[in-house]
Design a protein around this ligand. Structure first.
Ligand code: DQA
Length: 146
Protein backbone atom coordinates (compact mmCIF):
# COMPACT_ATOMS: atom_id res chain seq x y z
CA UNK A 1 0.00 0.00 0.00
CA UNK A 2 1.40 3.38 -1.02
CA UNK A 3 1.77 6.23 1.41
CA UNK A 4 -0.89 8.96 1.11
CA UNK A 5 -0.61 12.14 -0.90
CA UNK A 6 -0.36 15.16 1.40
CA UNK A 7 -2.16 18.37 0.37
CA UNK A 8 -1.06 21.18 2.67
CA UNK A 9 -2.59 24.64 2.68
CA UNK A 10 -1.18 27.82 4.18
CA UNK A 11 -2.69 30.94 5.70
CA UNK A 12 -6.09 32.41 4.84
CA UNK A 13 -7.10 29.51 2.64
CA UNK A 14 -9.63 28.56 5.33
CA UNK A 15 -11.51 31.65 4.09
CA UNK A 16 -11.92 30.42 0.51
CA UNK A 17 -15.44 31.10 -0.68
CA UNK A 18 -15.64 34.46 1.09
CA UNK A 19 -12.07 35.72 0.59
CA UNK A 20 -11.69 37.96 -2.49
CA UNK A 21 -13.95 35.71 -4.60
CA UNK A 22 -13.13 37.74 -7.73
CA UNK A 23 -9.59 36.34 -7.37
CA UNK A 24 -10.03 33.00 -5.62
CA UNK A 25 -13.55 31.98 -6.69
CA UNK A 26 -16.49 30.81 -4.61
CA UNK A 27 -15.41 27.22 -3.95
CA UNK A 28 -14.71 26.54 -0.29
CA UNK A 29 -11.70 24.65 1.05
CA UNK A 30 -14.07 21.89 2.19
CA UNK A 31 -15.30 21.56 -1.42
CA UNK A 32 -11.69 21.37 -2.64
CA UNK A 33 -10.87 18.74 -0.01
CA UNK A 34 -13.84 16.59 -1.11
CA UNK A 35 -12.85 16.73 -4.78
CA UNK A 36 -9.17 16.06 -4.00
CA UNK A 37 -10.14 13.06 -1.85
CA UNK A 38 -12.32 11.63 -4.64
CA UNK A 39 -9.59 12.13 -7.26
CA UNK A 40 -6.85 10.65 -5.08
CA UNK A 41 -9.07 7.62 -4.47
CA UNK A 42 -9.61 7.17 -8.22
CA UNK A 43 -5.84 7.29 -8.69
CA UNK A 44 -5.26 4.75 -5.90
CA UNK A 45 -4.05 7.00 -3.08
CA UNK A 46 -5.26 8.02 0.33
CA UNK A 47 -5.23 11.74 1.01
CA UNK A 48 -4.10 13.84 3.96
CA UNK A 49 -5.57 17.33 3.54
CA UNK A 50 -4.76 20.12 6.03
CA UNK A 51 -4.79 23.90 6.41
CA UNK A 52 -3.03 26.13 8.91
CA UNK A 53 -2.53 29.84 9.49
CA UNK A 54 0.75 29.16 11.35
CA UNK A 55 4.14 28.96 9.64
CA UNK A 56 5.67 26.60 12.21
CA UNK A 57 2.76 24.17 11.95
CA UNK A 58 3.06 24.13 8.16
CA UNK A 59 6.79 23.38 8.51
CA UNK A 60 6.07 20.54 10.95
CA UNK A 61 3.64 19.00 8.46
CA UNK A 62 6.23 19.32 5.67
CA UNK A 63 8.70 17.52 7.92
CA UNK A 64 6.08 14.81 8.53
CA UNK A 65 5.66 14.45 4.76
CA UNK A 66 9.35 13.44 4.49
CA UNK A 67 8.49 9.94 5.67
CA UNK A 68 4.68 9.78 5.67
CA UNK A 69 3.77 10.98 2.16
CA UNK A 70 4.23 9.60 -1.36
CA UNK A 71 3.99 13.11 -2.74
CA UNK A 72 3.27 16.61 -1.50
CA UNK A 73 0.94 19.19 -3.01
CA UNK A 74 1.36 22.52 -1.23
CA UNK A 75 -0.44 25.82 -1.56
CA UNK A 76 1.83 27.87 0.68
CA UNK A 77 -0.33 30.99 0.19
CA UNK A 78 1.46 34.09 1.48
CA UNK A 79 4.27 32.07 3.11
CA UNK A 80 5.46 31.02 -0.34
CA UNK A 81 6.58 34.59 -0.91
CA UNK A 82 8.24 35.06 2.48
CA UNK A 83 9.41 31.87 4.13
CA UNK A 84 13.01 30.67 3.77
CA UNK A 85 12.24 28.29 6.65
CA UNK A 86 9.48 26.64 4.60
CA UNK A 87 11.90 26.26 1.66
CA UNK A 88 14.49 24.69 3.98
CA UNK A 89 11.89 22.15 5.18
CA UNK A 90 10.76 21.33 1.63
CA UNK A 91 14.34 20.58 0.57
CA UNK A 92 14.23 17.47 2.77
CA UNK A 93 11.13 15.95 1.15
CA UNK A 94 12.26 13.13 -1.15
CA UNK A 95 9.08 12.66 -3.18
CA UNK A 96 7.52 14.91 -5.79
CA UNK A 97 6.45 18.36 -4.60
CA UNK A 98 3.82 20.28 -6.58
CA UNK A 99 3.38 23.95 -5.71
CA UNK A 100 -0.25 24.88 -6.24
CA UNK A 101 -2.01 28.25 -6.45
CA UNK A 102 -5.60 29.07 -7.31
CA UNK A 103 -4.65 32.40 -8.87
CA UNK A 104 -1.73 33.02 -11.20
CA UNK A 105 0.70 35.00 -9.03
CA UNK A 106 2.76 35.95 -12.12
CA UNK A 107 -0.17 38.13 -13.28
CA UNK A 108 -0.51 39.87 -9.91
CA UNK A 109 1.52 42.28 -7.76
CA UNK A 110 5.29 42.04 -8.23
CA UNK A 111 5.82 40.78 -4.64
CA UNK A 112 3.91 37.62 -5.65
CA UNK A 113 6.17 36.89 -8.64
CA UNK A 114 8.79 35.13 -6.54
CA UNK A 115 8.11 32.13 -4.33
CA UNK A 116 10.75 30.36 -2.27
CA UNK A 117 8.70 27.17 -2.62
CA UNK A 118 9.41 27.05 -6.37
CA UNK A 119 13.10 26.48 -5.59
CA UNK A 120 12.21 23.11 -4.06
CA UNK A 121 9.14 22.18 -6.12
CA UNK A 122 9.16 19.58 -8.87
CA UNK A 123 6.67 21.82 -10.69
CA UNK A 124 4.08 24.53 -10.24
CA UNK A 125 0.35 24.66 -11.08
CA UNK A 126 -1.25 28.11 -10.91
CA UNK A 127 -4.20 30.01 -12.30
CA UNK A 128 -6.91 27.37 -12.66
CA UNK A 129 -8.90 28.26 -9.56
CA UNK A 130 -9.99 25.27 -7.50
CA UNK A 131 -9.07 23.03 -10.46
CA UNK A 132 -5.39 23.78 -9.79
CA UNK A 133 -5.55 21.19 -6.99
CA UNK A 134 -6.77 18.41 -9.27
CA UNK A 135 -4.13 19.24 -11.87
CA UNK A 136 -1.50 19.26 -9.11
CA UNK A 137 -2.57 15.83 -7.80
CA UNK A 138 -2.55 14.38 -11.32
CA UNK A 139 0.93 15.84 -11.89
CA UNK A 140 2.22 14.39 -8.63
CA UNK A 141 0.86 10.94 -9.51
CA UNK A 142 2.34 11.17 -13.03
CA UNK A 143 5.76 11.77 -11.47
CA UNK A 144 5.24 8.85 -9.05
CA UNK A 145 4.38 6.56 -11.96
CA UNK A 146 7.44 7.47 -14.03
C1 DQA B 1 -2.31 31.97 -3.44
C2 DQA B 1 -1.53 33.14 -4.07
C3 DQA B 1 -0.73 33.87 -3.03
O1 DQA B 1 -0.04 34.96 -3.62
C4 DQA B 1 -1.61 34.40 -1.94
O2 DQA B 1 -0.82 34.98 -0.90
C5 DQA B 1 -2.55 33.39 -1.38
C6 DQA B 1 -3.17 32.43 -2.29
C7 DQA B 1 -3.25 31.29 -4.48
O3 DQA B 1 -3.66 30.17 -4.22
O4 DQA B 1 -3.55 31.88 -5.52
O5 DQA B 1 -2.88 33.39 -0.20
O6 DQA B 1 -1.38 31.01 -3.00
Amino acid sequence: MSLPIFVLNGPNLNLLGVREPHIYGSTTLADIEASCRALAGELGYDLVFRQTNHEGELIEWVQEARTAASALVINPAGYGHTSVALLDALKNVPGPIVECHLSNPAQRESFRHHTYVSLAATGVVAGFGADSYAVAIRAAVAVLRR
